[in-house]
Structures are given as C-alpha cells and as structure tokens.
Design a binder for this molecule. Structure first.
Ligand code: FAD
Ligand code: NAG
Ligand code: NAG
Ligand code: NAG
Ligand code: NAG
Ligand code: NAG
Ligand code: NAG
Ligand code: NAG
Ligand code: NAG
Ligand code: NAG
Length: 543
C-alpha cells in the first residue's frame, strides 16, 4: 500500500515539477546549446545511427524509468532544490563511455557517473545547481571469475550481489571482502574503500583490487600500467568521482572455509545490553581474525512495559569456521553473551551473505535482483572509536537515543576493527582508517514519509546525535568514511569557488594525511576540475 502510494506521489512530483526545475536551474545558453549539440557530438564520436537505447533526453517518456532505476535515497528526487540531469547515457561499449566524457568535457557539460546508485548524498544522480548528464554504467555488469589464478574482472556497474554470486558459482572456497548490502555498486563501493563481514580477515575491497580500467578527462582509456602509480593509488579509496570513469576493476579473490557459522542475538537493556556492549569493545577487535561480531543498536518501544522505551542491541556474527570452534572461542573470551549451539547456524559462505543481507532461506539467485529494496529516504553519518566508551557513557547515549519516540528508525551500526586493518599502513591506499581504531560507527536513519517537514526533523535529530557523540569518538580530525558520505562535513560551493584549503575541512576527515596526495594526483590528471561535485577533491594548491 505504502509503496504504491509512494510511487504515485513520485510520478506526480516528477511529471509536474520537472520542466520548472530544468528551466529554473540551468544557465540558458549552456542548456539550450547542450540539448542539441551534446547528442550530435555523441553520435559523431560513436558513429551511431540510432542512440535510442544509449541516450535518454530528459524530455522523453522513457527517461524517468531509467533515471529512477537504481536510486536508493528518494530524498533527492522529492526535493525541489536538486538539479536533475539533462541526459542519461547508458553505454554498452567502452568506446561509448569514452565518447560521452570527451563530448561532455569539450562542450562544458559536466558528468555524474553512476554505478549502483547508493550514494548517500545523491551525488551520482542529482546536483546542487550545475547542469550535467549521468553516465550510467548499468550495462557493465560482467563478472569474469578466473579460479585458476584467484582473480576476477568485475564491471563497475555490477552489484556486490552479482560479484558474490558469480564467485560462489565457480568455487565454494573463494569469496571477496566487501560490503553487506547486495545492491551496492562496484564503481562507488570499491573506489571509496568498501568493507563488510570479512574486514578483520582481509581488509577492505579496495585493498584487494589489483588492476582497473579508467577513462580519463580527455576520453583516453587506461589500465594500471598506463594510468601510472598515482592514479591507480587514488582510485582505491579516494572515490572515483574526482578522477575519471572507472569501467572495471580486477580483484584478488580470497579463500573462505567450506563451512562458516553465523548467529544473530538480541539483547535489550533489561537483558544486560549495556554491559555486553561495553565488554564487546574490548573483545571484538581482539578476536581471532576469522571472527567478526558487530552490533546494531536502536531505541524501540519496550514490549514488556507498555509506554516505556528500551534499547535493543543485535549481535550479528560471521565466523570463518565451524560451530564448535566458535562456541569454544566465545566460552573463553565472551561468555557473558551466552551464545549456545542453538543460536548458531553452519552454512556456506554465500549463504552467510544472504543471512547478513536479511534473507532466510531464499535461493542465492536473489543476489542478482538489482531492484532497490525500499522507496525511502535516509541519512547517515559515521565515526571511528579509538578509546572504549565506559558504561556510564553508554547509559547516556541510550538515554539520548530513547528520548524521542518519533526517531525510532535510527540505528547505530558498530563494526569491529583491528586484525588485517592494523597490518596495512595508512598510506598504502587513500582509505586511511587503520591502526588505533577499535570500531566504526554508522548512524543510519531511514523513513518513508515524503513530507519535507519530516525530512527536516530527521536531519536535525541526526545532527544533534552527531554533536552529542563528539566526546566519545576520534578527534583532530573527527574521522569519517567516504562511502558513508555526509554533506554536513562541508562542501565545494561551486566549481569556481572550490579550493583545496577549504576542502581540507572534510577532506582530512575522510582521508586524514592522504588528502594532500589525493589533491596532487587530481592536479595531475584533471587540473581544470571537470570531474567536480559538491565533495570532490580539488586540484592541489598551496593557497
Ligand atoms: C543500503 C546500503 C548499504 C550499504 N552497505 C555498505 C557496507 O556494508 N559497507 C560499505 O563499505 N558501504 C556500504 N554502503 C555504502 C556504499 O559503499 C556507498 O554508498 C558506495 O559509494 C555506493 O556505490 P554505488 O556504485 O552503488 O553508488 P553510486 O551512487 O553509483 O556512486 C557513488 C559515488 O561514486 C561515484 N562513482 C560510481 N561509480 C563510479 C565509477 N565507475 N567511476 C567513477 N566514479 C564512480 C559516483 O559518481 C558517486 O560519487 C551501503 C550503502 C547503502 C545505501
Ligand atoms: C558532427 O559531425 C559533423 C560532420 O562531420 C560536423 O559537421 C559537426 O560539427 C559535428 N558535430 C559535433 C557536435 O561535433
Ligand atoms: C531505434 O532502435 C529502437 C530499438 O532499439 C527502435 O525501437 C527504434 O524504432 C529505432 N529508431 C530508429 C529511428 O531507427
Ligand atoms: C526534446 O528537446 C529537444 C531540444 O529542445 C527537441 O529537439 C526534441 O524534439 C524534444 N523531444 C521531445 C520528445 O519532446
Ligand atoms: C531482533 O532484532 C531485530 C532488529 O530490531 C528484529 O527485527 C527481530 O524481530 C528481533 N528478534 C527478536 C527475537 O526479538
Ligand atoms: C511506540 O510508542 C509510541 C507512543 O507510545 C507510539 O506513538 C509509536 O507508534 C510506537 N512505535 C511503534 C513502532 O510501535
Ligand atoms: C517505565 O519505567 C519507569 C522507570 O523505570 C517505571 O517506573 C515505570 O513503572 C515504567 N512504566 C511502565 C508502564 O512499566
Ligand atoms: C524456508 O523454507 C521453508 C521450508 O522449505 C518454507 O516453508 C519457508 O516458506 C521458507 N521461507 C522463506 C522465507 O522462503
Ligand atoms: C519502488 O518504486 C518503483 C517505481 O518507481 C517500483 O518499481 C518498485 O517496485 C518500488 N519498490 C518498492 C520496494 O516498493
Ligand atoms: C556549449 C556551451 O555553451 N558550453 C559552455 C558552458 O559553460 C561553460 C562554463 O560556464 C563554458 O566553459 C562552456 O563553453
């Protein structure tokens, strides 16, 4: 019911608001000339006669379906303040992606590259005033697994679900360490880091990238060899959007045991959640690398005491090994959690992917389903914790979370660190969050209401929570994770007003000491800043 009415509402918003927003936000000379010249340029470069399945203009009827197809956060669709694309190009050959960039660059029409469409701030499909086209890599979904040398070439438009599925089809003892949500796209995820249940054993997705194919600002196509060390370094954690269009990544597969063990256990405050969370901070980062236990905490109505609130903590576990061994590790180091044999299920690694994605006994082919799971809005922020938070600290955090009944959808997702993360130097790739961190926190809030007032209330609450958490988390800078993109950290106002010095405010939070090198790479490969967005990396300049 809700999704149908949402859909109708969206359709209405789109069809009525569209022409006005185009007219209001585009520079007259640029948009009128782009409208005619860009498709002509694209036709010329690609030698196409018929581009109907390649180029969608915003005034055609098929446009909205393509535009909407992978959008995860409808907040930016609903907002009248966002600028939507003039065209969407969905290349089927690499040469068409080259043509699109070459034309966009030549004609001064910016590009937003979209792979899986999960960007937290909508930066792959809307802008804040700048006219642009979307280069949607949805057709580059191939996953070519080579078990003999434990590698795979993965199209940037493939989803994590497609990557996991295709690896598992080829071998039950190979896997890949990336994120938990199967519809996330390779292009954004790998280029920004990417972590999930195997991060303590194998690091981030970007740590396991061994080659890539990229289109540069002039439309040239390059691999690791021809792009050079600096650019190859930058696109493994620095975010692809500032540097070019990544068409494919080559990844190194990792070994997984034929049997893994999982559990999911809930504990409320009455069941001693506070003590358990406090203890978890000491044990979870120091477990054997094969063991990953994360916590998802949220305030809920207390079912046992009507009218009162409580906090529910969900402990979710992946162990690369058998149940008996897991139980013996936990008996030794975390007996308070009270995990029993009955709580644990043994399964294959690919089944554990389904388990963490929230499925129960569905077939693994569900991982190939690209359709966004919700038509909802969300907002997220992130932190890193370097010192355990004391029990009194947790009590005040819970009180804060429980204070407002209407903010129920907020989740605090805490992923334990250390293990492999501690072994990789901070400057090996741009993703810098390594030794010294105990865990990452993601604050994530999803809502289905479409009213602007509700959105503003949720955003305000999220900012209050973030301010409240300040004393408990990393400082100077307060670190953040690029893939949990947060525009509140700061932004480039316009391309003209963009400066390296101003961008340090958020650049240092995402990249710590790697930000300067990223800006220097940017100055080499895109000195005129064609690949600009509200949080792109500016070319380095001392002023
Ligand atoms: C429901 C959900 C669950 C998530 N779970 C996890 C998780 O478990 N672990 C984790 O680490 N992260 C997770 N994320 C965050 C995710 O990693 C980022 O949002 C990621 O950037 C998404 O990549 P994408 O290709 O889907 O997004 P897009 O919106 O397509 O792109 C994101 C950004 O990357 C740029 N980009 C995309 N493709 C390319 C390319 N080929 N070349 C150059 N630039 C490109 C875009 O322009 C944009 O700036 C999750 C996100 C969501 C919405
Ligand atoms: C496309 O090619 C034609 C014929 O060569 C040329 O006249 C025209 O200027 C080209 N258009 C663009 C936008 O490049
Ligand atoms: C272009 O191709 C589409 C199908 O790919 C077809 O429906 C359409 O009629 C073609 N248009 C022209 C002008 O040939
Ligand atoms: C879209 O706009 C372009 C440029 O104004 C025009 O040439 C074209 O005919 C329009 N298409 C439709 C379907 O209205
Ligand atoms: C455990 O918590 C999750 C998330 O809040 C919830 O969906 C599930 O129903 C809970 N299970 C039990 C047994 O309470
Ligand atoms: C929780 O309780 C409040 C007030 O008692 C109520 O308005 C709200 O709908 C409840 N939430 C859920 C998810 O049941
Ligand atoms: C709610 O909690 C308070 C404080 O713990 C308690 O005094 C009160 O009885 C509870 N209310 C209900 C309805 O159980
Ligand atoms: C899981 O499997 C059982 C038995 O095969 C079936 O009855 C049930 O509907 C399945 N559940 C889901 C969610 O598919
Ligand atoms: C979301 O909306 C799209 C249409 O915009 C629809 O196809 C899809 O089924 C919807 N998904 C959900 C989960 O409601
Ligand atoms: C086709 C066209 O007019 N392009 C112009 C759009 O605007 C940019 C910057 O404002 C110019 O550099 C382009 O020449």
């Amino acid at each position: 019911m809700a999704s149908i009415s949402n859909f109708i509402l969206l359709a209405l918003v789109f069809f009525f608001a569209w022409p006005a927003s185009i007219a209001a936000t585009h520079h007259e000379d640029n948009s009128t000339s782009s409208y005619h010249v860009f498709p002509e340029c694209f036709l010329n470069y690609t030698n196409s006669i018929n581009t109907s399945h390649l180029l969608y203009a915003s005034n055609t009827s098929s446009f909205f379906t393509v535009f909407r197809s992978s959008i995860q956060n409808i907040r930016f669709l609903l907002s009248p303040d966002t600028t939507k694309p003039i065209f969407i190009i969905t290349p089927t050959h690499h040469s068409q992606a080259q043509a699109a960039v070459a034309c966009g660059h030549r004609l001064g029409l910016r590009v937003r590259v979209r792979s899986g469409g999960h960007d937290y701030e909508g930066m792959s499909y809307v802008s804040d005033g700048e006219p642009f086209f979307i280069l949607d890599l949805v057709n580059f979904q191939s996953v070519d697994v080579n078990i003999a040398d434990s590698t795979a070439w993965v199209g940037a438009g493939a989803t994590l679900g497609e990557v996991y599925y295709n690896i598992a089809v080829k071998s039950p003892s190979a896997g890949f360490p990336a994120g938990i949500c199967p519809t996330v796209g390779v292009g954004g995820h790998f280029s920004g880091g990417g972590f999930g249940t195997m991060l303590r054993k194998y690091g981030t997705a970007a740590d396991n990238v061994v080659d890539a194919i990229i289109v540069d600002v002039n439309g040239n196509i390059m691999d690791k060899q021809s792009m050079g060390e600096d650019l190859f370094w930058a696109i493994r954690g620095g975010g692809g959007a500032s540097f070019g269009v990544i068409l494919a990544y080559k990844i190194k597969l990792v070994p997984v045991t034929p049997t893994v063990t999982v559990f999911r256990i809930n504990k409320t405050l009455k069941q001693g959640a506070t003590r358990l969370v406090e203890k978890w901070q000491y044990v979870a980062p120091n477990f054997d690398d094969n063991l990953f236990i994360r916590i998802v905490a949220s305030a809920i109505n207390d079912t046992e005491s009507v009218g009162n609130r409580t906090v529910q903590t969900v402990f979710e576990c992946l162990f690369l090994g058998e149940r008996a061994e897991l139980i013996s590790i936990l008996d030794e180091s975390f007996p308070e959690l009270g995990v029993t044999t009955n709580d644990c299920s043994e399964m294959s690694w690919i089944e554990s992917v389904l388990f963490f994605a929230g499925y129960s006994n569905e077939s693994s082919t569900i991982l190939l389903d690209r359709m966004p799971q919700f038509n909802s809005s969300f907002k997220a922020k992130s932190d890193f914790v370097r010192e355990p938070i004391l029990e009194a600290g947790w009590e005040s955090i819970w009180t804060f979370l429980m204070r407002s009944g209407v903010e129920e959808p907020l989740e605090m997702i805490m992923d334990p660190w250390k293990g492999r993360m501690d072994e990789i130097a901070e400057d090996t790739i741009p993703f810098p969050h390594r030794r010294g961190n105990l865990y990452n926190i993601q604050y994530f809030m999803r809502w289905f209401e479409t009213e602007e007032a509700v959105t503003q209330r949720h955003l305000r609450w999220m900012r209050e929570l973030y301010a409240f958490m300040g004393p408990y988390v990393s400082k100077n800078p307060r670190a953040a994770y690029l893939n949990y993109k947060d525009i509140d950290l700061g932004r480039n106002e316009t391309p003209e007003k963009t400066s390296y010095v101003k961008a340090k405010v958020w650049g240092n939070a995402y990249f710590l000491d790697n930000f300067e090198r990223l800006a220097k790479v940017k100055a080499q490969v895109d000195p005129n800043n064609y690949f600009w967005n509200e949080q792109s990396i500016p070319p380095y300049s001392a002023y």
